[in-house]
Write a protein of this length. Structure first.
Length: 328
């Protein structure tokens, strides 16, 4: 077992005062459940506090991590879950010890945040000039404190290479599954997702969860039209066609669609096509031109443009980064 732990990629999860217990447990549950073909753990996940002592959670009970500051020195990935303090950082200044830890890890290890853990990363300077996300409820405060960060409040997570951020709460699951896909391929991530009874890839961003008034109108909504669109992404889909299928005018359909999803129909379709393209790149060997047609982009150039805008990678670069390594 000691040899297996040595082979596994080491992950240190920071347990800070008033940590959100649910998010503290996500890396161990998701990353810790990733196994190779021989059943060996691919990640050695260690929960650690800055002084090795117990930490009180936001739920009113304490945890005693098995590790202290030594866990951070040789970790390949450092995870900062949300705590009650991270979203209430005064004047953009984090706990000095947390800031020092993050600055020391920057450039040496991957750094990930879950939910408002992004506040700690931003306050330590790790997100300056970089794309990031956090819980939608705190985006206005985040922008006021850290205008230098390119905040995207609509997505579930942002992968910027060695620094990754996720949106609120369960989006930490999405980010951990993404990390497994990135490190070991889609099949391993899907296996972990099945074991935890969660979707291997959730459709849509966190804008669908933002509190907004939904008009109380008679008749069906747009869910059936969206389900039909997902089955026909390889076709050119027009607003008129979607609205007609929902028995609505284009204006009414657009209003209802935005109220239900947080996005316009065109943006929603583009995002779904990008997600389909990513899944096909991860799980098939289809040539780029056929893959672009399957995802409904019309041309490889259009797919390259959309993928570049969404994730900053070309189709071939994304496929190389997210396919499982070849045996041997």
């Amino acid at each position: 077992m000691a040899d297996d732990r040595t082979r596994a990629h080491r992950v240190a999860v920071l347990a800070s005062p008033e940590v959100i217990a649910f998010e503290l447990a996500i890396p161990g549950r998701i990353l810790g459940g990733a196994l190779d073909d021989d059943g060996r753990a691919l990640y050695d996940v260690r929960v650690a506090s800055l002084d090795g002592g117990p930490v009180r959670t936001s739920d009113g009970w304490a945890v005693q991590p098995e590790h202290g500051p030594e866990a951070f020195t040789d970790a390949g990935t450092l995870v900062v879950p949300a705590s009650r303090g991270t979203a209430t950082i005064r004047d953009g200044e984090p706990d000095p010890a947390v800031a020092a830890l993050l600055r020391d890890a920057n450039g040496r290890a991957r750094v990930m945040s879950i939910c408002t853990g992004a506040f700690a990363l931003a306050a330590a300077g790790l997100l300056d000039g970089r794309p990031a996300t956090t819980h939608w409820l705190f985006t206005n405060r985040f922008r006021r404190l850290f205008p230098q960060v390119r905040l995207n409040p609509d997505v579930l997570f942002v992968d910027d290479g060695d620094v990754l951020t996720s949106a609120g709460n369960a989006a930490g699951i999405d980010l951990c599954l993404h990390l497994i896909r990135r490190d070991h391929g889609a099949e391993v991530a899907a296996s972990v997702a099945r074991r935890n009874v969660v979707a291997p890839w959730r459709e849509g961003g966190q804008s669908q969860f933002v509190e907004r008034p939904v008009p109380h109108e008679e008749g069906p909504g747009t869910a059936a039209a969206r389900a039909w669109a997902l089955q026909n992404l390889d076709r050119p889909l027009t607003l008129a066609e979607l609205a007609e299928g929902a028995s609505m005018s284009e204006r009414t359909f657009t209003r209802r669609f935005r109220a239900e999803t947080g996005l316009s129909p065109s943006r929603w379709l583009a995002a779904r096509r990008v997600e389909l393209a990513r899944r096909l790149l991860e799980t098939t060997d289809l040539p780029v031109d056929r893959l672009a047609a399957r995802a409904g982009f019309g041309s490889p150039a259009s797919m390259r443009m959309h993928l570049g805008a969404e994730i900053g990678m070309s189709p071939l670069a994304y496929r190389r980064a997210h396919r499982a390594p070849a045996d041997g």
